[in-house]
Design a protein around this ligand. Structure first.
Ligand code: AP5
Ligand code: MG
Length: 214
């Protein structure tokens, strides 16, 4: 099973990707999480990525593409993966298509989690992310069992640096300019499906599972 999650920042890509990955036993591959773990580890890649992420800009394609192609060549990705946050530009999509063509593989579905911009800013201000494992919560819609503590690994939950309202606005405009064209790209490939991401997160998941098992 090879799936791409599309959707605006805060649409719920990460939330759904994690649930799909758990249900079907394939890795959840989030380029944002890989960048954040590099920032935490103080690597050169992390320093470079942070300078873009804090501005709400995309990390350059060459760096991102190489990092993602390396990740999906690892053994745990042999049976598939859920890509969350990649591709985000047409050159990234074309590089992925070409790399998969070379291996005679293909993506099964590109799932667009559709949420209007108005709903996004509200979600982001309530989001909390785990500094340890990257798990994502919402203070109202998906609260952890203990306030500010991760259910999964027990580490502290924080508001992401790029979730400040002005940075969220920038990320949304970058999304509309650079990432939204991928909806047409995957529609033309015949693998696009769209789900209503404004529903309760369990209902969004049920819609995705119903589509995958139809
Ligand atoms: P990334 O980490 O991918 O951020 P993003 O796309 O902006 O998306 P988010 O993680 O903010 O949102 P999400 O859709 O995963 O929503 P979530 O499930 O958390 O990327 C960060 C940065 O890294 C980028 O800006 C860029 O700089 C860089 N980067 C990453 N990939 C790159 C690439 N390929 N190329 C270049 N640069 C790249 O949900 C949001 C909140 O809403 C949560 O609190 C959640 O609990 C809640 N929620 C979820 N679903 C629902 C629901 N149905 N109802 C109510 N609340 C919900
Ligand atoms: Mg995410």
């Amino acid at each position: 099973m090879k799936i791409i999650m599309l959707g605006a920042p805060g649409a719920g890509k990460g939330t759904q990707a994690k649930m799909i990955a758990e249900k079907y036993g394939v890795p959840h591959v989030s380029t944002g999480d890989i960048f954040r773990s590099n920032i935490k580890g103080g690597t050169e890649l992390g320093k470079l990525a942070k300078s873009y992420m804090d501005q709400g800009q995309l990390v350059p394609d060459d760096v991102t593409i190489q990092m993602l192609l390396d990740r999906i060549s690892q053994d745990d990705c042999a049976k598939g993966y859920i890509l969350d946050g990649f591709p985000r530009t047409i050159p990234q999509a074309e590089s992925l298509t070409k790399a998969l063509d070379d291996r005679r593989e293909m993506i099964d579905y590109a799932i667009d989690v559709d949420v209007p911009d108005e709903a996004i800013v509200n979600r982001m201000s309530g989001r909390r992310a785990c500094v340890g494992c990257g798990a994502t919560y919402h203070i109202v819609y998906n609260a952890p069992k203990t306030e500010n503590i991760c259910d999964v690994c027990g580490e502290k939950l924080i508001l992401r640096d790029d979730d400040k309202p002005e940075t969220v606005q920038k990320r949304l405009s970058v999304y509309h300019e650079q990432t939204q064209p991928l909806i047409d790209y995957y529609n033309n490939e015949g693998i696009l499906v769209s789900v209503d991401g404004t529903k309760d997160l369990k209902d969004v998941f049920a819609d995705i599972v119903a589509m995958l098992e139809a």
